[in-house]
Design a protein around this ligand. Structure first.
Ligand SMILES: O=C(O)CCC(=O)C(=O)O
Ligand SMILES: [Mn+2]
Length: 240
């Protein structure tokens, strides 16, 4: 957990790709060397990356449990009238009624397993938001990916907070402004990290996990969301 009172600025920053520079970088010198980078994005978005949110042993344990116990599926989606198998496996957990629909695919929630339910509580504390569902993605290796998209379905409401926990292999997470191609941010998401997107990020920015064939190991990503069960299912297409 984070103790905001005992952060101070680190003396050195890591090299970062992209045109957006960290707005703030904080480290916790009085405990484990946790690093938090905050990026203020154009047009009111923000991204906060907690590099080592979980300790490595817990992250490894969580990765193995989820990899082995989640009933992973490879779903078919419809994009521009054509059907595709998603280039990754996924699963959807949530409170009753948190149905999620995109690209002709309707995901009905499985009840929360204890592991994800307790993780949700910890994510909520550090993201400063409440969540009632989680999309789990398993990238079997670097050939699996997620195309550019925004998490902007109507049932997520406007300016949703999306909190994303990464486990396993480090993968690149790319953000691009919807109008200005040069406005971009590329982050490496290591296993055990927590990324929180907030503000207007989903309106003005798209994000993706590009293929990286050199990566041989698997990665699991958990995106915690708040679905409004009252909102109608959207017709929107989602990048594969
Ligand atoms: O795997 C990731 O880091 C991103 C996942 C994502 O964007 C999503 O599930 O909508
Ligand atoms: Mn997304």
């Amino acid at each position: 957990m984070l103790h905001l009172g005992c952060f101070c600025l680190p003396s050195q920053g890591k090299e970062r790709a992209g045109s957006v520079r960290p707005a703030a970088r904080r480290r916790r010198p009085c405990d484990a060397p946790r690093v938090i980078d905050r990026y203020d994005l154009a047009d009111g978005g923000s991204v906060v990356l907690h590099d080592d949110w979980l300790d490595p042993e817990e992250a490894a344990l969580l990765f193995r449990s989820l990899r082995d116990d989640v009933p992973w599926r490879q779903d078919r989606v419809r994009i521009h009238g054509r059907e595709f198998l998603q280039p990754r496996l996924s699963a959807w957990y949530g409170d009753p009624g948190t149905v999620y629909t995109y690209s002709g695919l309707t995901l009905s929630p499985e009840p929360w397993p204890a592991l994800l339910s307790s993780l949700r509580g910890r994510v909520e504390v550090d993201a400063g938001a409440g969540f009632n569902s989680v999309l789990c993605n398993l990238y079997r290796d670097g050939k699996d990916s997620m195309g550019f998209h925004a998490d902007d379905e109507p049932e997520l409401g406007s300016n949703p907070v999306i909190a994303s926990v990464s486990l396993g292999a480090t993968r690149r997470f790319s953000l691009r402004h919807v109008k200005r191609a040069g406005d971009k941010l590329d982050l490496e998401l290591p296993g055990g990290s927590l990324l929180v997107m907030a503000g207007s990020t989903q309106h003005f920015w798209r994000h993706a996990v590009p293929k990286r064939p050199s990566v041989l190991a698997s990665r699991i990503n958990l995106t915690f969301r708040r679905i409004d069960p009252q909102k109608p299912a959207p017709a929107k297409e989602y990048a594969s």
